[in-house]
Design a protein around this ligand. Structure first.
Ligand code: WT7
Length: 705
């Protein structure tokens, strides 16, 4: 990518990012001929003058128990209310209503990681039965009621989707914590959400190994109790019927096997609870800005309408498709585009348990071939990895994708082209979808049959979403000027989260304070949404996302907050101070490097470095493990004592550290640079030269605090 770019002007305040424009790619006539959105009249229907009523088209994809009277209520801005007066049930919309026409069709096809294990198809009828039985168990055995939070810490098994839908059926709020998170991280989220029920599994397969997962439940319950919340019941699914995949004992009176309780509820039918459109459907915790994770609260009606609409038009899902989103349901992508969107449209959604390269890098393509997958959806990190270890694998398998998605991180044009030419065999239309946990569904993307693709750019705002790039003074940055700024959305949309669970002030502060024109206003025009990403808009209106402008590090699509990493590091008793920075990584996009300063009198050692890594793994999860831990004698700091993360980020990435004259201890920079860079040279870890875009990201790192 470096070759394609040329630096024009680089100043601290306003960074111009220039690159050679990529060429457009057109979707095939075959794709266009069958697409759900192939008539440009759709742009008319969603133009700004038609907002917010345009979203009736999405809401009408659902079955409502009572129709709404107000499409968008802005009276308590920026706590937007969509489809007010409407009532519906998400489980009914994803399951029951498909029985009449598709009872025997596969709703979910589950592919276990071990190839020797049978793939399982769950029909809509079967899904209905299982969701009802689990709902009955949750209500009658666990006492789950409308509005209760239920924490799930489940791996990629169909029981996860079934449990989510069972909660939704009861009007309970599910809170699925990504299975890769550690026990304590799960415990914090249990406590913050105030859940008294935890649903987990004994073990699951990852990279050929049956991992003990139940052990994390014990740690989670202990952490939640430290944080003041008691978990009454831990419900444990078994990965293998009749076996127990964990070393930890079941706690009498607290832990129960789902598989043993379920026979009591055989054939139970639970009436789906008719919920107001504005009732929360789920919480999804995410990172950023402070140490405490924030629970993004998503609504029932607005969210479900938005994921159904975007699944139809942007994923081009038809009921007869076989759709595989290779992401984890523990992230928003999986909630919206493995479970709720595809099932609301009555299609077949594939769930795969394991890693892409197990037992070999042909695995995803064997799955696609065997199941006849025709829509594929994954993240750049997976694409990079599959390209690296199996660049020719896709051509060995006879599958055909009509459509593919990339999501979660910026994708390098080069990687995009491999995805297009090799994975998509030049036949698949690609959408690069930009959005966030907070957003519920896509915000930036091309409409696949109607807008050409451009590698490295997500495209314009999606239907009914009007983005703009603002500068630090609140002015809109001109499209095509090449000037980077802050990606914002000028208007509310139905999928937007309702608040941060229990922290409404933080919700307003983080997302709206920066560009709000009038705090007293109830007009949405005064409340642009600040996304926390840097972006550039080309003259054609397409956005290129540059990455986070806050203290979030995006590691292989996992969003990690520096504060969380640092709090974990200082749980090591020898550590006095810690700072986390991003470093370029060939496969994961970014990786974490930790800088730590030790308490007086303590000698640096490999053992302390390992303790820091282990603490991060324990407090957050394996995916957060740092690439390196650097023990330094002191951190570069401002006179007010703030650690200058951009300076150490510059050192880690062998790039410009920027102005250091304002530091209280500028002399330390050279020491740290020498120590870290000479060690990196010795380890062969010198990164390639950064593009202007990447250098800008590193220089901006930590500035937003
Ligand atoms: C952050 C949100 C939304 C699903 C998964 C991530 C980055 C997301 C793209 C994309 C460039 C992207 C942004 C965003 N991001 N999609 N297509 N191109 N960057 O959700 O964990 O909430 O992370 O991921 O930086 O702010 P998330």
């Amino acid at each position: 990518m470096a070759k394609e770019e040329e630096a024009v002007e680089v100043s601290e305040a306003q960074i111009a990012v220039h690159w050679r424009e990529e060429q457009y790619y057109q979707p095939s006539a075959k794709f266009v001929g069958q697409a759900n959105a192939a008539d440009p009249a759709i742009f008319e229907r969603f133009k700004e003058e038609r907002f917010p009523e345009c979203f009736k088209e999405y809401a009408d994809l659902l079955t409502w128990d009572a129709y709404w009277h107000t499409t968008l209520d802005t009276s308590n801005a920026p706590f937007w209310k969509w489809f007010v007066g409407g009532r519906l049930n998400a489980s009914y919309n994803c399951v029951d209503r498909h029985l009449a026409g598709s009872r025997n069709k596969a709703a979910i096809i589950w592919v276990p990681e071990p190839e020797s294990e049978e793939t399982k198809a769950i029909t809509y009828q079967d899904l209905y039965t299982r969701v009802n039985e689990v709902a009955a168990l949750l209500r009658d055995f666990a006492g789950v009621k409308v509005g209760d939070r239920v924490t799930l810490h489940l791996p990629m098994v169909p029981e996860l989707a079934i449990t989510m839908l069972a909660c939704a059926r009861l009007g309970a709020i599910h809170n699925q914590v990504f299975g890769g998170f550690s026990g304590p991280a799960c415990g914090e989220r249990i406590a913050d959400s105030g859940s008294h029920i935890l649903i987990t599994m004994d073990g699951y397969y990852r990279n050929g190994e049956l991992l003990d997962h139940k052990v994390k439940a014990d740690q989670a319950v202990a952490r939640a109790s430290q944080d003041g919340v008691t978990v009454d019941k831990v419900l444990v699914w078994r990965r293998h019927e009749g076996q127990y995949a964990s070393q930890t004992p079941m706690i009498e009176g607290r832990d129960f096997f789902m598989n043993e309780l379920l026979p009591t509820y055989r054939g139970a039918v639970i009436e789906p609870v008719s919920m107001p459109a504005e009732a929360p459907l789920f919480l999804m915790y995410t990172s950023g800005t402070t140490g405490r994770p924030k629970g993004a609260q998503h609504s029932t009606g607005g969210y479900l309408a938005y994921v159904a609409g975007t699944s139809k038009y942007y994923q081009d899902i038809h009921p007869e498709d076989t759709y595989w989103c290779f992401a984890d349901i523990g992230w928003i992508t999986g909630h919206s585009y493995i479970v709720y969107g595809p099932l609301a449209l009555g299609t077949t959604t594939v769930i795969y348990e394991g890693v892409p390269t197990y037992p070999d890098p042909g695995r995803p393509w064997r799955i696609a071939e065997r199941l006849g997958v025709n829509i594929f959806h994954t993240a750049p990190t997976t694409i990079r990895m599959l390209r690296k270890v199996g660049p020719d694998e896709p051509s060995k398998y006879n599958y055909h994708f009509k459509h593919m998605t990339t999501v979660g991180e910026p994708i390098e044009p080069d990687v995009w082209r491999w995805y297009h030419d090799v994975v998509g065999k030049g036949e698949a239309a690609i959408v690069d979808t930009w959005w966030q946990t907070e957003n519920g569904g896509f915000l930036g993307s091309t409409l696949p049959a109607l807008q050409p693709m451009k590698p490295g750019s997500c495209g314009p705002g999606v239907l009914g979403v009007y983005p703009a790039i603002y500068d630090e003074n609140g002015e809109v940055v001109e499209a095509g000027s090449g000037r980077a700024g802050n990606m914002c959305i000028r208007n509310p949309w139905p999928g937007i989260f309702q608040t941060i669970w229990g922290q409404p002030e933080r919700f307003v502060e983080i997302y709206y304070r920066k560009y709000c024109r009038d705090k007293a206003s109830t007009d949405w025009h005064d409340w642009p949404y600040f996304a926390g990403d840097g972006a550039v808009q080309a003259a054609d209106g397409y956005f290129r996302i540059l990455g986070r402008v806050d203290d979030v590090i995006n590691v292989a699509g996992h969003r990690l907050g520096t504060k969380e990493l640092e709090s974990a590091a200082i749980t090591v008793s020898e550590v006095a101070e810690a700072a986390a920075v991003p470093v370029l990584d060939e496969l994961r996009g970014r990786a974490v490097e930790m800088y730590v300063a030790l308490k007086p009198g303590i000698q640096a050692s490999k053992e302390i470095e390992d303790k820091v890594s282990m603490a991060i793994e324990t407090e957050i999860g394996k995916m957060a493990r740092p690439k390196n831990v650097w023990i330094v004698s002191d951190m570069p700091k401002t006179r007010s004592g703030k650690i200058m993360r951009r300076v150490i980020a510059g050192i880690s990435n062998f790039t410009d550290v920027g102005d250091i004259t304002t530091l209280a201890n500028p002399e330390i920079v050279e020491d740290v640079r020498h120590h870290v860079q000479s060690e990196k040279v010795a380890r062969g870890e010198v990164p390639r030269e950064l593009t202007t875009q990447e250098a800008a990201e590193i220089r901006a790192f930590g500035q937003a605090e």
